[in-house]
Design a protein around this ligand. Sequence first.
Ligand code: AMP
Ligand code: ZN
Ligand code: FE
Ligand code: FE
Length: 305
Amino acid sequence: MRKGRVLPMRRFVDLHVHSSASDGQLAPAEVVRLAEGERLAAVALTDHDTVAGLWEAAAEAGQFPKLRFVPGVEVSARFSPGTLHILGLNIDPASRALRRLTEQLVSARRERNPRIIARLQALGLDVEMQDVLAEAGTGHGGPGGIVGRLHIARALMRKGYVAGVSEAFEKYIGGGAPAYFDKERLTPAEVIAAIHDAGGLAVLAHPVQLACEDRTGLERAVRDLTGAGLDGIEVYHSDHSPQQTRSYLDLALRLDLGVTGGSDFHGAAKPGVMLGRPLVPLAAINESFARALFRNHPSDRPKGG
Ligand code: AMP
Ligand code: ZN
Ligand code: FE
Ligand code: FE
């Protein structure tokens, strides 16, 4: 690879994408091929709670010298009133800190999924863990892929209990519905520390979902996260209005946080969200942040030579 020619001409990035290793539709390699088709300068795979898809994606990205692959993860953390998701960007997938983190998250799910299913059965629905695992699929993400509510929703749909996934959330498994159980969440500081231990950058995903009442509330929340080590804000996101984007950009600049952006692409699982949209200019990412974002990890170096 010639230095300085890694990102020629390609001007846009997508730093928030899901694959079948979590609740996305496309396999990790397919996601990478789509990013190449969009002629992106960089794409990050950020599956929920798992790094299982990163090896397949990185191997595929090896075929496309103009596309920079950024290994990532997306982790929920404790927060109210809304939802706090933290992206770990350019994590070292082989890091022990990260393995510890994802094992914790997977075991929390291992406790939660059977509780949801037991409640559904108590409501008289004939659904079993096996049906849910079948929806999660084991071929794509490989072992370590996560199993969550989307897969439970699909199982309910396949069995004819609901017409669609959103009905499953409304009637059964969404917040406030009879078979809803929250999952065990780590604190923001714990998530950020694990991402840092894994050599990554911690980025506040889709700040709109924090559901802060006003700018003051949002700023207070982001300042707290910054105190815990937050490195950046996902300014550009498919859920953000142009006004929100401007206000998050302003906040990032004022708090000296890195600027990132991504689509939150899930394939058909989230219709209407396209990979590479909104357009996130590579130039929007400041230089020191970009350096950390695209830096190689020690484990990336070819072994034995
Ligand atoms: P979990 O992480 O197991 O709690 O599941 C969260 C996932 O379920 C999200 O990432 C979405 O893929 C999906 N999801 C959550 N709420 C809804 C909803 N109202 N309609 C459709 N899918 C949803
Ligand atoms: Zn998702
Ligand atoms: Fe998210
Ligand atoms: Fe996401």
